[in-house]
Structure formats: C-alpha cells, structure tokens
Design a protein around this ligand. Structure first.
Ligand SMILES: Nc1nc2c(c(=O)[nH]1)N[C@H]1C(S)=C(S)[C@@H](COP(=O)(O)OP(=O)(O)OC[C@H]3O[C@@H](n4cnc5c(=O)[nH]c(N)nc54)[C@H](O)[C@@H]3O)O[C@H]1N2
Ligand SMILES: Nc1nc2c(c(=O)[nH]1)N[C@H]1C(S)=C(S)[C@@H](COP(=O)(O)OP(=O)(O)OC[C@H]3O[C@@H](n4cnc5c(=O)[nH]c(N)nc54)[C@H](O)[C@@H]3O)O[C@H]1N2
Ligand code: SF4
Ligand SMILES: [Mo]
Length: 694
C-alpha cells in the first residue's frame, strides 16, 4: 500500500525544539520540514533537516548493552531489555540499601522534557538530580534569580521590535535557534542596531552594526562603565526604576570610579565608543535588549558580568517592554494547568551532593552543580555516591577535563547511560540503554512559554528501527522494579498525556491538525505600572540582592583585571558551528560530518608569525598532560591573547567511524577546570594552551 502522511512534531536534533512536519511515506521518513502552521513555517537549520540522515544511520546503539571488559574498553554483550532493567534496578536497590538513596545521582539535559527523570530520582528518595548547566547557563541563571527572582528562561526577547541589541559573545547566528536567528535578522532589516562584542570575529559579528574585539574577560569592566554613564547622565528610566528597582543609590556609589576612560584601559574599547553605546541604548529604550547570554560559562567573574547585564535592562526599563525582555507567560496565565508527575512525589529532604541550598545557599538546587560530582565521588563528601545515571547528557564530552571525570566515574558501582548515540559517557558506562530517537517516540506534552504560550507535542513518526525504548517506558519499568511504580500511573504514553491534560478540557487529538494548541489569540502583556511580578523577596528587581547578601555573597565586586597570560601561552576559547550540535549529537551524521568534519585553530596573524606558523600549517596545541595536532587558521580578527577552536571534536569512540579521532577535543585541553565559581559555572575560558609549529 502506498501511503503518505504528515506528522507534526518537535525537532530533536538540538534542544531548541523547533516545530516540524514529518512527511512519512510507506512507514519511512521522506522529508522533514518546518511546521507551516507555526512561527511562519520557517525552514529548519541544517541539523534539523539532517534528522532523516540521523534516523537511518546505523552507527548508533541498537539494543541494550552490558559491559563485559574494563570500563571504556568497548567490550559489550547484547542483553534483552528485561535483563538490562533487572540488572540496573537490582544494583540500584543494593546501593540504596547499603548507602541510602542519596548515593544515586541522575543528570539530564534540562528543559521541559525532564519530568520523568525528576520523578524517578525523587521517587527512589534521592535529592541528587542535576543537569548540564554547569557548562551552559548556571551563571546567567543564578544571576537572574538574584536580580529578578526568576530562572534565566523565565524571560524571552522581543527581538522583532527591538531597536538596540547588545550581544556579549552570544554568537546568535551560528550558535543558533532558527526562530531567534530569524527574528534578529528581521530586526536588523527593520532598522534595529545590533552591537556585538567578542574576542574574535564570527558570523554574528559580520551582521553587527558595530563589532568590538574586547580584551578577554573584561566585559564586566565595560558594563560598569556603561552603568556609570547611564546613572551619571541621568539616562535611566525614572518611572520604571522608581516603581520596580531597588538599590540604585548603592549602585551609583559603586560605579562612580568606573568611568569610560578607565574602562578603555581595561577593555581596549574606546571611551567615546562606550559613552556612545550607553547614550544610544538609552535613546532606544525601552526597546533595548542587553542579552545576558546563553552558554556563558566563560570565567570566574561571569556571575557579576551577568548581574550587570540584567542591571542594564532594569535601568533602561526594558523588562516587559515591546522590543525588550518579556516575562514569559505560561499556560497557568490562561488558566491551563498541565499536571506533572514530579510534583506528585514528595521532594526528598537531606543535603545534596553538591551543596546547593546548603553550602551554597545562593545557588538554586533546580539545576545543580555537575562539576562537583567527581570530587563528591572521590572524597565521599558529604557522603558516598555509588551510582550515576546520565540521561541525554554526555559529561565526558561536555564538561572540562574528561580524564579527571573518568577517574571519579570509575569508582562508581554503577554507571548507566540512556542515549541515542554512543556518547563518550555511554562508551565508558556499565550499561547503555538506547532510547528511541525523537522520530520514533512520543513524549509528553510540553509548554512553550512566551508572549503567546502554547502547548506542543513530540509525536512518533516511524517505528523504532532497532531494539530501543522510549523514556516513559524506561523510567516506569525501573520504578516498578524498585517498588515505586505508583509514581508512574500509566501504561502507555497516550495514557500519560491524558493524565497530564486532565482538567484542561484538551485531548491528544487537539494536536493532530497543527501539532500545537495555541492558548491565546493575542500576545499577553503584563501591566508595566502595576502588573509585573518579580520573585525576589522585595517583589522588585534587586540591584542589591537580599538573597545574595543573606548568603554572604556580595552584590557587586570590584573589577579585577585578569591575570596577564604568561609569555607564549594563549587563552583557549570555544563555540559552536551552525551545522553541529554540542559534543556528540550530530558529529557522526554523514551529511553533517561532510560539511564540517574537524576543527581548526584560529590564531592571530601577528602572534602566528612570531611563532613561524603559516596559514594551513599543522600545529601542536597543548596543556600539561594533553596535546593535539590541528590545522592553524590565521586571522587578524582574533584577540592576540586568544586561540579559538570549535567545540565537540576529537571523538574517542571508534565505532563512530566518521567522527572518530577527527580534530582536537577542546574539553581534554580544559584540564583542571572542574571548578566552581560564584555563579555555579565552570570557568571554561580560563584555559591556557601552548601552540607550536610541527
Ligand atoms: N548550531 C548550534 N547552535 C546551538 C548549539 C549548538 O550546539 N550548535 N547549542 C545551543 C546551546 S545549548 C547554547 S547554550 C547556545 C550557546 O550560544 P552562545 O551563548 O553564543 O555560546 P557559544 O557558542 O559558546 O559562544 C561563545 C562566544 O563567546 C566568545 N567569547 C569567549 N570569551 C569571551 C569574552 O571574554 N568576552 C566576549 N565578549 N566574548 C567571549 C567566543 O569567542 C564565542 O564566540 O547555542 C545554542 N545553539
Ligand atoms: N569546551 C566546551 N564545552 C562545552 C561547550 C562549549 O562550547 N565548549 N558548550 C556547552 C553547552 S552550551 C552545553 S548546553 C553542554 C551540552 O552538553 P550535553 O548536554 O552533554 O550535550 P549534547 O551533545 O546536547 O547531548 C548530550 C547527549 O544527549 C544525547 N541525545 C541526543 N538526543 C537524545 C535523545 O533523544 N534521547 C537521549 N536519551 N539522548 C539523546 C546525545 O547523543 C549526547 O550524547 O556542553 C557544554 N560544554
Ligand atoms: S535549531 Fe535546528 S536542530 Fe535545533 S531544533 Fe531547530 S531545526 Fe532542530
Ligand atoms: Mo547550552
């Protein structure tokens, strides 16, 4: 029978979750398009379009596997799901009995599809859930909590109407989400001005009205000077600040010494330029966005940099302004309450392994501090950790210093990975559970919050090609075996969705026609005069944060000039490429691998010439204990102290034949950086490397 149908679903090639339309013919994927009913039906990015290639790739785990050799040796035996789930649940029960449930940790990739994982770990009694954010947004997230009381992603950005957008290394046109990138391009088309600040040139810089190469790790100095101009020249939004902001007098006092002339010395950006930037931003306000960044795990003072970015938005009144930062409206704002499994399970008490909320009172337990896991395992402090489940998270590819991480992971009694790829962590684990791909499974309903909240559903388009299972099955089965099956009260994903939607008046069929349920016909704005809600103790934007001060953490710190880089060394900086996702999600997919199969080392032309390195030469890039061979790419458009490479190369898993051993692993160069900074991030750019010709 010849049948073609279209299934509306959600892309899973990265975590942006674009709405898609999957054309299925005779049970096979013919093509994947952008969903024409949503967001103007824009095209997908290269990775989204490569979803089909990913589905039909065989170099991914095809059945549950148990390790039979040393960890990482690549010796496995195929087992049935029954055996794998019995094995894991028996080990977990033993560990729980001997050490207590807190000896079990689980991490995932964050976002709205985390309900099952959170439910499972809480149901077995462990407080130890964390996600990937130690190397993504922890400092931004915690900075926003300190200023506004909200998570980073509780606001979104009204780019389309923005008149002045300032990006600090937010490489928006390469580290992309399709709708966001398109909105920014539209904004520029409509006459909006984008200012881009980075330590090197990139595609985002190419589209900017102004691009500044800043001295590395000095963005905080720039912001102190911008604030200085805005308060001294009385450029701030008086009405907004008076109503919604506290701490202005202390701030004014604090920034007094930080003049544009001073900042010029620190940042390398001219004082006139800084003054102009402050004035232009104020003139455009409140349609202004100082973007707090996304993957901003740069350095030790990140937290304060991000706080000043939110401060600039507060001073210019851009919160809940057309063209500014908008507070996301959720389904609850229109009276729709999706039920969540995790909220039905009592939250386990007791200290977390990472000290969130106890040792680190100002750091929310919601995301956790993954970089502290190795130390906790090795020192058994605050208690022994014996099992770790990594679900859609690859710490050995995404956290610095995988060799140090491995030493700790090797002390575990059980390491399990639930993945769709042979990730670095999966390859080192005791058991790989292959999840159905995003095209082979239905997930629970998620909310897309924003000015117009909507509900979206990822739907199965094709039958699983291999012996894989969806997450709803995996966690329910483990829970049943461990005696907490009642926390997963369903026998199919359809039943779970019906349970989620109970009381909303909606059913799964409501997603059939367009793939989504729009919850409002008009954008929802809060009243800027009286209707804003900030979740801080004062209910306002706190420039002096009562939460921070209560935890003995300063609201502002003096700018500390970064230490001079020792002679001959460079600061290693990384970023994404438009055709790949993070560490290992897409690098082995044939058509994407053909486009970019390895990374190169960008180096300043002047510095390269001093080292007798020519464009295209192979060079050695090294730190103590690790070195790699890589092609040098000379450019004037990178700071003299910096070298740059794309993240996510140097795959060590041989069965991934296309990406294996291609390029150099940035994380392996980032030795010693599994450190905690005040904002909860790893200081990823505090990595000094040597470069020499070969
Ligand atoms: N194609 C693609 N798109 C993606 C992703 C992907 O993997 N692939 N991942 C998504 C995710 S999870 C995230 S978090 C976002 C991340 O998106 P971004 O927030 O843009 O983060 P990065 O891509 O890491 O880029 C960091 C930039 O900061 C610059 N930088 C480094 N040090 C400094 C400094 O001291 N000052 C300044 N001003 N700049 C500096 C670097 O040169 C680099 O250009 O991208 C998302 N989009
Ligand atoms: N040096 C350096 N380090 C970085 C970055 C950098 O730019 N430079 N970027 C950082 C950033 S911004 C982030 S967000 C983190 C990301 O770090 P991770 O979250 O670890 O990275 P991902 O590659 O997105 O995904 C993790 C795993 O999820 C798997 N996966 C993908 N889809 C599915 C699925 O449907 N189901 C299951 N079960 N698994 C799936 C992938 O195969 C992969 O192994 O890395 C960070 N680390
Ligand atoms: S940005 Fe690209 S890969 Fe990510 S969800 Fe959208 S289409 Fe898919
Ligand atoms: Mo990220």
């Amino acid at each position: 029978m010849n049948s073609t149908k279209t299934i509306y679903s959600i892309c899973g090639m990265c975590t942006v979750r674009c709405p898609i339309a999957i054309e299925v013919k005779d049970g096979a994927i013919k093509h994947i398009w952008g969903n024409p009913h949503l967001l103007g039906g824009f095209n997908l990015c290269a990775r989204g379009a490569a979803g089909k290639a990913f589905e039909y790739d065989n170099e991914r785990p095809q059945y549950p596997m148990l390790r039979v050799g040393q960890r990482g040796s690549g010796q496995w035996k195929r087992v049935s799901w029954q055996e794998a789930l019995d094995y894991i649940s028996t080990r977990l029960d033993e560990i729980k009995g001997q050490y207590g449930p807190q000896a079990i940790c689980l991490s995932d990739r964050g976002g709205p599809n985390t309900d099952l994982q959170k439910t499972f770990i809480a149901a077995i009694g462990s407080p130890n859930y964390f996600n990937h954010h130690a190397t993504c947004s922890n400092s931004v997230h915690n900075a926003h909590i300190s200023v506004a009381g909200y998570a980073r992603n509780a606001v979104s950005y009204d780019y389309k109407h923005c008149k002045y957008l300032v990006l600090y290394g937010r490489n928006m046109l390469e580290s992309l989400g399709t709708a966001e990138s398109r909105n920014v391009i539209d904004m520029i088309g409509a006459g909006g001005k984008m200012i881009y600040i980075d330590v090197r040139y990139n595609y985002t810089a190419a589209k900017a009205a102004k691009f500044y190469i800043i001295n590395p790790a000095t963005d905080y100095a720039l912001n102190l000077a911008l604030i200085n101009v805005i308060v001294n020249e009385d450029l701030y939004d008086h009405e907004f600040v008076q109503r919604w902001v506290i701490g202005l007098d202390e701030l004014r006092h604090f920034v007094a010494p930080y003049t544009p002339q001073w900042a010029q010395q620190e940042t390398g950006i001219g004082s006139g330029e800084i003054t102009t930037m402050a004035r232009e931003a104020a003139k455009a306000s409140p349609a202004v966005i100082f973007h707090p960044g996304w993957m901003t795990a740069w350095g030790s003072n990140d937290f304060y940099l991000r706080r000043t970015i939110y401060t600039l938005n507060a001073l210019l009144g851009s919160y809940e302004a057309r063209g500014g930062l908008v507070i996301n409206k959720t389904p609850a704002d229109v009276g729709i309450r999706l039920r969540s499994l995790a909220t039905q399970v009592p939250r386990p008490g007791g200290e977390r392994f990472d000290g969130c909320g106890t040792r680190y009172k100002h750091l929310g337990a919601q995301w956790g501090l993954g970089q502290l896991l190795p130390e906790a395992i090795l020192n058994e402090t605050p208690y022994p950790i014996k099992a770790y489940i990594a679900m859609r998270h690859d710490p050995l590819a995404s956290m610095p210093d995988p060799e140090a991480f491995k030493v700790a992971l090797d002390r575990l009694a059980l390491l399990v990975c639930i993945d769709v790829n042979y990730s670095e962590t999966a390859w080192f684990s005791d058991c790989i559970l292959p999840e159905c791909t995003f095209l082979e499974r239905t997930d629970h309903v998620i909310a897309q919050n924003g000015l117009s909240p909507r509900l979206l559903l990822r739907r199965q388009a094709v039958k699983p090609r291999f012996d894989s299972r969806p997450r709803w099955y995996i966690f329910r089965e483990l829970a049943k075996r461990m005696g907490v099956g009642q926390s997963f009260p369903y026998d199919s994903i359809e039943e779970l969705i019906a349970w989620q939607l109970q009381g909303t008046g909606l059913t799964i069929e409501d997603f059939d026609h367009t793939g989504c349920v729009e919850l409002t016909s008009q954008p929802l704005w809060f009243d800027r005069r009286d209707g804003l809600r900030f979740n801080t103790p004062s209910g306002r934007l706190e420039l002096i944060s009562s939460t921070l001060e209560g935890a003995s953490v300063a609201s502002f710190i003096p700018f500390d000039r970064p230490e001079a880089i020792p002679n001959g060394l460079f600061r290693l900086v990384t970023s994404k490429v438009a055709v790949h996702t993070q560490g290992r999600t897409t690098s082995n997919i044939a058509i994407l691998n053909e486009l970019v199969s390895e990374n190169q080392l960008w180096i300043n032309t002047g510095r390269a010439m001093e080292l007798a390195i020519k464009d295209g030469d192979d060079v050695e890039v090294s730190v103590e204990g690790f070195s790699g061979r890589i092609t040098a790419r000379l450019t004037d458009l990178i700071h003299r102290d910096v070298v740059f490479m794309l993240h996510g190369f140097g795959d060590s898993v041989a069965v991934r034949s296309r990406s294996f051993n291609r390029g150099v692993s940035d994380v392996r160069l980032q030795r010693g950086l599994l450190r905690l900074t005040v904002g909860g991030n790893c200081p990823l750019t505090e990595c000094l490397v040597a470069v020499r010709p070969i």
